[in-house]
Design a protein around this ligand. Structure first.
Ligand code: ADP
Ligand code: MG
Length: 238
């Protein structure tokens, strides 16, 4: 299992600072949720953790190693995006197995793994369908399945439910909770939805304008918000 540590991390796009001196430790196996208003830097911070962007300054450690000294494959981090980004011409089973095919696993091993992921996400009955024949919720489950195929140590999810209607969001939230208990993976989940954050998180990271305002369990943030911004965001009585 793999924890993550960020020390004084900054990210600029050109001269424009987007992430400002972020200090954050995420324990192995923890489910941490980043919340904050649109544009506050949640996706950028997640992309830094994924290795899709480089940090401008500071340190980022994955387990006991500096991230810049780890090859992408050794990071063992998978990411699920808001838009499902499935391959439309492939079946559900082929979509889930695709990362394993890229990694050149033997066909029998791929079939085994796809079956296991399909079972844990209850996708087995849909294996032969194409993405165009699935509902939004089913597509997002396939996208999560594809991310899980390689047994990532860290699973990053960027607003994975925001394209779904309210009833489906609730169902998927419970599904993700169950999955987190079942997997031993560290999970980092981005949302702008306070309710989603409060119900899913072991700990919540409240962000504003590229900075971390407060980190704590849902109860800690609710009962002891550090400032009015946090209180209003969490909806606590202050
Ligand atoms: P959030 O996910 O919280 O809505 P983002 O991380 O997407 O916020 O964006 C934070 C800020 O960084 C925004 O002002 C956005 O316009 C800017 N930004 C994000 N990506 C880039 C980029 N590749 N180049 C320049 N600016 C960017
Ligand atoms: Mg975003």
């Amino acid at each position: 299992m793999t924890g993550l540590t960020l020390k004084q991390v900054n990210k600029k796009f050109g001269e424009f600072p987007v992430i400002h001196e972020v200090d954050l430790s995420i324990d192995s196996g923890e489910l941490v949720v980043f919340v904050g208003p649109s544009g506050c830097g949640k996706s950028t911070l997640l992309r830094l953790i994924a290795g899709l962007e480089d940090i401008t300054s500071g340190e980022f450690w994955i387990g006991g190693q500096r991230a810049d000294q780890l090859l992408a494959a050794a990071r063992n981090i998978a990411m699920v995006f808001q838009s499902y980004a499935l391959y439309p011409h492939m079946t559900v089973a082929e979509n889930i197995g695709f990362p394993l095919k890229l990694a050149k696993l033997p066909r029998a091993r791929i079939a085994e793994k796809v079956a296991a992921v399909g079972e844990s996400l209850r996708l087995g009955a849909l294996f032969d369908r194409k993405p165009g024949q699935l509902s939004g919720g089913q597509r997002q489950r396939v996208a999560i399945g594809r991310a899980l195929a390689r047994d990532p140590k860290v699973l990053l999810l960027d607003e994975p439910l925001s394209n779904l209607d309210a009833a489906l969001r609730l169902e998927m939230r419970m599904e993700l909770s169950r999955l987190h208990k079942q997997l031993a993976a560290t999970m980092v989940y981005v949302t702008h939805d306070q309710v989603e954050a409060m119900t899913l998180a072991d700990r919540i990271v409240i962000m504003r304008e590229g900075k971390v305002e407060q980190v704590g369990t849902p109860l800690e943030l609710y009962s002891r918000p550090a400032n009015v911004f946090v209180a209003e965001f969490i909806g606590s009585p202050k």
